[in-house]
Design a protein around this ligand. Structure first.
Ligand code: ASP
Ligand code: MG
Length: 414
């Protein structure tokens, strides 16, 4: 029998009524001929509340204790879901990450899954159980201690399980009906995509469109595991299929517009124009574990230039003193920071080999009187740094210029 993995996020299991709805979706899938593995997150805001509780006690919780605390949220939701399934007359058994054998790196807070044991789950499935697995948690492959996968990590548990079990698909049930061309709170006419490629989804997930944990998409892409993002409140709706680009027909150059307000810009001016300077600057930042996203170096005038880059706002307090020190060491004149920036990006596998896409984006911004501070591109993405106050306006203008409100109708013709 084909295996289906269904993952339910916190809002989908936030109370008893929702949990019963989840049980119905799982048992329906079983009736439709699937062996079903259900992965669940913690109920509602449980994880946030646990974090708050620990903060009331200490600012620097011990990482082992912190993971043990955060993993309890999922341990509450799994037996409740199993009970709800049993009440509908199906067999069900709940399993923690430890019980299944979800092995991770020996690292707390953001561990990567290294191996998923499948023997036990397969045995329970054979016995006609729906197996309900706790998301977001595993155990260190070295010490056996409980680890967590980073916020939103249940998606990753689900995809890793789907891959390990050779599932037909991994369905991610959430409180939205799929992946949209942009945040519907910014653009009311945003359309829901029928399908999107892993590559595009990965870009969107990393750009702060919070639908999926980026790591889950990475695993799905590497193992070609189809994912469906859909709503547990409207289970008849098929949502958005995330799949390989070869399986898709690309009618549109752009699939989505994302806005990321989480970065800050740092600029070093009066930088002597000689070899090795950029290497020195970015080496020092990397050594302190600060990841840099966009980098722009101006052309040199009178033997000096400017190097500007963006980092996560959260790391700005660490970045500034290091950058000041580097500036001093290399004889640069000034370091300035700007935390009121936003990065607006277009993503689309269909832009490969189609000229003029970036130009159309820049024109939409300039027609709206928005100044571009930095630009970066990849094969399927163009990002511009702008003033944070222009963020929503930029998204609206770009969404309109690429006529993304019409996208669903067009993809339906495929
Ligand atoms: N409960 C965890 C969190 O809130 C994991 C998840 O929901 O995916 O981040
Ligand atoms: Mg989530």
């Amino acid at each position: 029998m084909p295996i289906l993995v269904q993952k339910f996020g916190g809002t989908s299991v936030r109370d008893a009524v929702c949990i019963k709805r989840v049980a119905k979706i799982a048992t329906d899938a079983q009736k439709n001929g699937y062996e079903v593995v259900v992965v669940v997150s913690a109920m509602g805001d449980t994880t946030d509340n646990l974090i708050e509780l620990s903060r009331d006690i200490t600012n620097k919780p011990d990482p082992r204790e912190y993971d043990l605390l955060l993993s309890t949220g999922e341990q509450i939701s799994i037996p409740l879901v199993a009970m709800a399934i049993q009440s509908l007359g199906s067999k069900a058994i709940s399993q923690t990450g430890l019980q299944v054998g979800i092995l991770t790196e020996d690292r707390h807070g953001k561990a990567r899954i290294t191996e998923v044991k499948t023997e036990k789950i397969k045995k329970y499935l054979k016995e006609e159980n729906i197996v309900v697995v706790a998301g977001f948690q595993g155990i260190s492959e070295v010490t056996g201690e409980i680890t967590t996968l980073g916020r939103g990590g249940s998606d990753t548990t689900a995809v890793a399980l789907a891959v390990a079990l050779g599932a037909e698909r991994c369905d991610i049930y959430t409180d939205v009906e799929g992946v949209y061309t942009t945040d519907p709170e910014i653009v009311r006419e945003a359309s829901k995509l029928k399908n999107i490629s892993y590559e595009e989804m990965l870009e969107l997930a990393s750009l702060g469109a919070q639908v999926l944990h980026p790591r889950s998409v990475e695993i799905a892409k590497n193992f070609n595991m189809p994912m469906r993002v859909r709503s547990s409140f409207k289970p008849q709706d098929e949502g958005t299929l995330v799949q390989g680009v070869r399986e898709m027909e690309l009618n549109n150059p752009v699939s989505g517009v994302a806005l990321d307000e989480s970065q800050a810009r740092v600029a070093i001016s009066g930088v002597p124009d000689k070899p090795g300077i950029a290497a020195t600057v970015f080496n020092s930042l990397a050594k302190k574990n600060i990841s840099v996203d966009m980098i722009v170096q101006s052309t040199s005038h009178d033997g000096v230039n400017e190097i500007a880059f963006t980092v996560d706002k959260d790391t700005i307090e660490d970045t500034v003193p290091i950058t000041n020190q580097i500036a001093k060491d290399i004889g640069a004149t000034k370091v300035t920071t700007d935390t009121s920036i936003a990065k607006v990006s277009i993503v689309g596998a269909g832009m490969i080999g189609r000229p003029g896409i970036a130009a159309a984006m820049f024109k939409a911004l300039s027609d709206s009187g928005i100044n571009i501070q930095m630009i970066s591109t990849s094969e399927i993405k163009v990002s511009c740094v702008i003033d944070v106050k222009d963020g929503d306006k930029a998204v609206k203008a770009i969404h309109k210029v690429f006529e993304l409100e019409k996208l669903e109708k067009e993809t339906q013709r495929v």
